[in-house]
Design a protein around this ligand. Structure first.
Ligand SMILES: [Ca+2]
Length: 290
């Protein structure tokens, strides 16, 4: 580990964490300025030194800049998205079209796929140890697969609808379309706790796809262009991310559905979002709303 001077990269983007694309050719030393290029955008002071997606200090109202646009299967009705060791893992929905996929980030190519039988509607997805855990919408059934070959390991039941899924390193965290987040024991899949997500005194419901990011839960709000940042201890909303306009109108078709799908790679501080049947995944950087 190389020490970083005050004017070096911020937390979350230490030299070891910088992505291969951005990786400096020389190791940084405390005396050296970072060798990567500054943002091509017009960064605010808060983001000036950040090569990554998420700046250290987030205001309550954020918006986005697109860092990179990647292809995405426009037939993928995205219900769960995670990134692991340089690949996306994706759960898609709809009866008769639901699947679990491993996807090459740069090309959108599906490298591995396992289809659900037609009575299951795929939903949230997370990676726990060496397994993939996939929820289903109204079938009260979770599927656990081997991460390497998608071979089935086991199934489990839960009482509510399955929407989004992530984990905080201790518990699985599940949304069900209401304002409730449920915490499940990752060994027994039993619900151990719930929280209600509120902004001031208003309950925020329609919580959909989830991603645990730096101690917060990020959630798509169904049928909106908003992602909400949630304190998983209290359910309090910490902030909003407005992604209005991220998918250009000329990229939309009759099949284009809503924004859904958040994936974060803590190693590289990269943040990705997509939507149901969207032709693209977007790598974005969060910036304060002007
Ligand atoms: Ca996710």
């Amino acid at each position: 580990m190389v020490l970083i001077s005050q004017d070096g990269p911020p937390i979350g983007s230490t030299p070891d964490d910088i992505t291969p694309e951005n990786k400096p050719t020389n190791k940084l030393t405390p005396q050296m300025e970072p060798t990567y290029s500054p943002s091509p955008y017009d960064p605010t002071p808060e983001t000036t030194t950040s090569p990554g997606s998420i700046p250290d200090e987030l205001t309550s109202q954020m918006t986005f800049e697109i860092i990179q646009t990647y292809p995405h299967d426009p037939q993928a009705f995205t219900q769960g998205l995670v990134i692991y060791e340089g690949y996306f893992y994706e759960s898609t929905g709809l009866y008769g079209q639901s699947s679990l996929r491993k996807v090459e980030i740069n090309t959108g190519r599906v490298l591995q796929q396992s289809d659900l039988s037609s009575e299951y509607f795929g939903e949230g997805l997370t990676i726990w140890e060496d397994s993939l855990i996939q929820l289903t919408w109204r079938e009260n059934t979770g599927f656990v697969y081997n991460l390497d070959d998608f071979s089935p390991i086991e199934q489990f039941s839960y009482p509510n609808e399955g929407w989004g899924l992530t984990h905080d390193g201790t518990h699985l965290i599940q949304s069900d379309g209401t304002a409730t987040l449920s915490f499940l024991d990752p060994k027994t899949y039993q619900m151990t706790e719930t929280i209600t997500v509120t902004d001031q005194d208003s309950e925020i419901d329609q919580l959909n796809e989830l991603e645990y990011i730096r101690g917060e839960v990020y959630a798509n709000i169904w049928q909106t262009d908003d992602i909400v940042r949630i304190n998983p201890q209290t359910g309090a909303v910490l902030g909003w991310i407005d992604l209005t306009g991220i998918l250009p109108e000329d990229s939309m078709t009759i099949n284009t559905d809503v924004l859904n799908g958040i994936a974060y790679d803590p190693e590289s501080n990269r943040l990705f979002v997509t939507g149901k049947n969207w032709p693209n995944v977007f790598e974005i950087r969060l910036v304060p709303q002007p």
